[in-house]
Design a protein around this ligand. Sequence first.
Ligand code: COA
Length: 547
Amino acid sequence: MSTNRAAMLEKLADLDAQHAVAVAGGGEKYVERHHARGKLTARERIELLLDPGSAFLELSPLAGWGSDFTVGASVVTGIGVVEGVECLISANDPTVKGGASNPWTVKKIFRASQVAEENNLPTISLVESGGADLPTQKEIFIPGGRLFRDLTRASARRQPTIALVFGNSTAGGAYVPGMSDYTVFVRGGAKVFLGGPPLVKMATGEESDDESLGGAEMHARVSGLADYLAEDEHDAIRIGRRIVARLNRRKPELRTRDACFAPGISTSKQGGHRISGDSSAAFAEPDADPEGLLDLVPTDLKEPFDPREVIVRVVDGTSERNGRPFDEFKPLYGTSLVTGWAQLHGRPIGILANAQGVLFSEEAQKATQFIQLANQSDTPLLFLHNTTGYMVGKDYEQGGIIKHGAMMINAVSNSTVPHLSVIMGASYGAGNYGMNGRAYDPRFLFTWPSAKSAVMGPAQLAGVLSIVARAAAEAKGQAYDEEGDAGMRAMVEQMVEEQSLPYVLSGMLYDDGVIDPRDTRTVLAICLSVIENAPIKGAEGFGVFRP
Ligand code: COA
């Protein structure tokens, strides 16, 4: 077994362990208690809601990693197929602190609603939450208001919102069903009120009980907040599926080559999940085995690897219709960045992938041109990161590396075709920006366990700090503390190394998840299907370029 493979397998075993923590939710004791109450867990609810055998693309499973809160942030979010319709699903996990929302929960739900907005997806909320996490209320109360605003704005954009209420949904939480287009309340389970019996007693002196204040039956028969009364949790999920079936969702007309009435190829483009079993299924599996992806990434990211070896394991293979898997653009120019056209599960994509790590002026100019071409042809873009950033040094500065890097960042920022990013290895400095890092709003961004992201490499950052400190001491005429310097460098290096790791970044919601490289093709295929729910239209103009 290669050293690279052994190292990657070790990282993947660790990733499995981290995901297992997220899947365990509040842990055995709380899950058992929940089941003993005759209730389903968040993940069981999701599984029953989805079309049998279909995939669930979970988002931000490691949210809150490294914080004081349970990994996963007491909510499960992701995209799944319900009655043939791709939907954004958000399910409170009542086994974690009663499903209460902490600062990471709020950030995770914000990200989920951004995904629903950008990709024109209906939202299904599976509600059972103790509301705000009271000890951290100051961090969530004010920004958290956006949760309810997002729901009603989604509705105004004609992106339907459905709330299935299984349990507690009180105080601010009551506005989740309150702002949703369709509500289903479980008899004997849903409890939806602005204030519970103790609070009402305190406020007005009135004696009351849960059912009369916020029970499912009351809301279905009296207040009118519940549109459907479900007999139990399974019934609520059944009703939720029927609601989606009646939404009459259709994907916009697709722009695939099938539109030219090629003989023998169906021209039907109507709706639904198109991962397989439809006209775009006329694609070949990759020419090289994706298993080989585990051998590619060197343990030392300073060693480059050829991204064509990744591409050929991720995109559709050779076929009569597809031709070669990858048509490289400008292969002889700016060779540290590979650009070219391919298709993935039958869908066209343009790819930009770092080769030797550093981006020079030529690479930046090539990227700028390529991004414009993709916009001209309404082709989504995939960025495969392994970059240490733009080149520094006198010759490069004089050669205009800043203005060329700026051109690339301009093109990435103003491009309007959907972007997907995968951080395979390094993603440092402004290279992270030019290659469409998180701040540049790729529709989806996934990370391999081998990834590292920071303003620069740990050794470089520690070295820069040391040089600056030495110069400051000299300027003040003081002797420089050499022993202290070595200690400071070691400490900073270790700190930056730790902060650059994928779990830390994923925990902070700087990606949508850490994935096994072998799943890259499947994950991207789901993303490409999801983005087709909104029209794909290239930019008509960019910012002013300084050539
Ligand atoms: N903030 C922080 N922690 C909370 C919480 C909240 N809003 N709601 C519940 N928890 C914690 C509990 O303290 C308990 O912690 P522990 O197990 O470490 O002791 C854990 O979550 C489970 O709570 P518990 O009451 O045992 O669970 P339950 O399933 O029987 O009841 C609720 C869940 C949500 C119905 C109940 O805890 C409750 O009413 N919470 C307060 C709801 C509220 O008024 N929220 C304010 C809204 S703005």
